[in-house]
Design a protein. Structure first.
Length: 274
């Protein structure tokens, strides 16, 4: 079942485990936490629990209360926006580079989008109230979250002109690269139906674009299983939005970088759907 169908069906599934300690794979894999100093990282991790996210699970619905912040450490979460009861359209994709539910850092407790697990795997989870307390205590956490919110706003702002001016093949290449980065794998499962929802195009358009990428031997595709064969070739085929988004993240999220100031317009941008 794809993410859009899961959202409509109301699936939910999270397996909880005991929190893992700093130094193992769960701790190392979330890059947002990697920008923090050791002592503050350890304090924040002590407030989290480790969970296993299952494909298709609905973590939070649009316009409902945010109860948890999730920091993927091996999973991938889609951000889906719904209008007038229509099937959701993906507006964002979050993996081990970031977190979801961070509108709480802006004083907003209502989710602007739905959160659906696209790739199964582990994540860290912290309750909303505890997350607020940690923000009050840790300047390093506030700085890291502020930088990430700015990066995410930049990515969202790029989506509208990308959809308007860039060809479907280039947009598909960009999105496959984004999925690869967040899944940390060249192999993953994606149906053409879901990709069509994500790109906001008809399924026939996705089929044509996928065939073109396959003909150029950039990817292989069979029954939903995608294998990226040529990363550099796929980067050359993608639109400029991929490199721009990657470079923005690298520049702003490196340890010691100065967090940008979030102006009122940026805050309203995240509040608009709440």
């Amino acid at each position: 079942m794809g993410c859009v169908r899961a959202l409509n069906a109301g699936m939910n599934g999270v397996n909880t485990r005991e929190p893992k300690l700093p130094g193992n794979s769960v701790y190392r894999e979330n890059l947002l936490l990697a920008t923090m100093r050791n002592a503050e990282r350890r304090r924040f991790l002590a407030a989290c629990e480790s969970v296993d996210l299952r494909f298709g699970s609905v973590l939070c619905r649009q316009r409902t209360r945010i109860r948890h912040v999730y920091l993927p450490t091996g999973s991938v979460i889609s951000l889906l926006s719904q209008v007038d009861g229509r099937p959701g359209l993906e507006v964002g994709l979050v993996g081990a580079e970031g977190a979801v539910g961070i509108a709480l850092a802006l004083g907003v407790s209502t989710a602007p989008v739905s959160l659906v697990v696209q790739g199964s795997g582990p994540a860290l989870r912290i309750e909303a109230a505890r997350f607020g307390a940690e923000l009050d205590h840790s300047s390093a956490l506030r700085d890291a979250v502020s930088r990430y919110i700015y990066v995410f706003i930049s990515q969202l702002a790029a989506m509208a002109p990308c959809a308007r001016f860039h060809m479907v093949e280039a947009r598909l290449a960009r999105w496959l690269l984004m999925t690869r980065d967040r899944a940390a794998s060249d192999d993953f499962y994606l149906t053409q139906e879901f990709i069509a929802y994500m790109l906001g195009v008809r399924r026939v358009g996705v089929t044509r674009a996928a065939r073109m990428l396959r003909a150029r031997r950039l990817v292989s595709y069979s029954r939903g299983y995608i294998n990226i064969l040529d990363v550099r070739g796929l980067e050359a085929a993608s639109c400029s939005c991929y490199a721009t988004g990657r470079d923005t993240y690298t520049r702003l999220m490196r340890p010691g970088s100065k967090p940008p100031r979030l102006k009122a317009q940026a805050l309203n941008f995240l509040r608009i759907s709440s």
